[in-house]
Design a protein around this ligand. Structure first.
Ligand code: HEC
Length: 211
């Protein structure tokens, strides 16, 4: 056996020992967590990393518009993304990462068909579009119906260091949602960072400023 192979065997052995120890420590930690009733960590369960946000940010409804979005069936909603002053300066300047103090609120409403709006649209396009095309136009036209929930992201790189510096929260009727929502498997706050993680390249935020 050459000196080199002996060395690499020794390193390989040490790596295996360290690996085995890590597995044992993780297994013990998960048993201990289960015993005290704590959630057991898993890659699909990235929970809120820091203190919970229990209250909607003051004045958020008057913030400026970043952008809008719509999500199809079965959610069938319309969304507005609003930002506080810190968020707006960063969005307009394309500044990434977002500075501490950034707050983004995502408001959402059910898509609602408005008879009055559709009647007006129909009058406007009759004779210009085929009846089929008019039907399509009307079927895809919505106004904001009942509000669903408000989701919030607050940037504080120290408080929420383990979730990219973002605190995540969701509010229905102004009250914080924390548990497992109807029709879901995981507690709502454990899903936020996991789904936003692929947007790491733009600081975990999907929206861009719509000029
Ligand atoms: C299934 C993936 C998914 C989950 C789960 C999710 N989000 Fe998002 N989120 C998105 C996508 C995609 C957008 C951009 C489109 C939009 O606004 O709907 C977004 C947008 C946002 C925005 C506007 C800023 C941005 O990134 O564009 C906020 C705020 C937000 N989400 C908060 C939350 C919170 C809080 C939770 C957990 C309660 C959550 N999200 C869970 C995918 C997700």
């Amino acid at each position: 056996m050459t000196h080199l192979t002996r060395l690499s065997n020794a390193i390989g052995f040490r790596t295996r020992i360290v690996g085995a120890l890590a597995v044992v420590v993780l297994a013990l930690a998960s048993v201990a967590a289960r015993r005290v009733g704590l959630p057991v960590p898993a890659t699909t369960r990235v929970s809120q990393g820091g203190p919970a946000l229990t209250k909607l940010p003051d004045g958020y409804r008057d913030w400026s518009l970043i952008s809008v979005a719509a999500v199809g069936s079965p959610l069938s909603d319309l969304r507005a993304k609003l930002g506080n002053a810190v968020a707006m300066s960063a969005f307009r300047a394309g500044k990434i990462p977002f500075p501490d103090g950034t707050i983004i609120a995502r408001l959402a409403w059910k898509q609602m068909t408005s008879q009055e709006t559709n009647d007006a649209l129909q009058r406007g396009v009759t004779g210009k579009l085929s009846p089929d095309a008019i039907q399509k136009l009307l079927a895809g036209s919505f106004v904001a119906g009942a509000p669903t929930n408000v989701q919030v992201m607050v940037k504080d790189s120290k408080r929420w260091a383990s979730t990219g510096g973002w605190g995540f929260a969701q509010f229905t009727d102004g009250k914080p949602d924390t548990g497992v929502q109807a029709g879901e498997r995981l507690p709502v706050l454990s899903t936020c960072f996991a789904c936003h993680a692929p947007a790491k390249g733009h600081d975990f935020v999907f929206s861009t400023y719509a000029p």
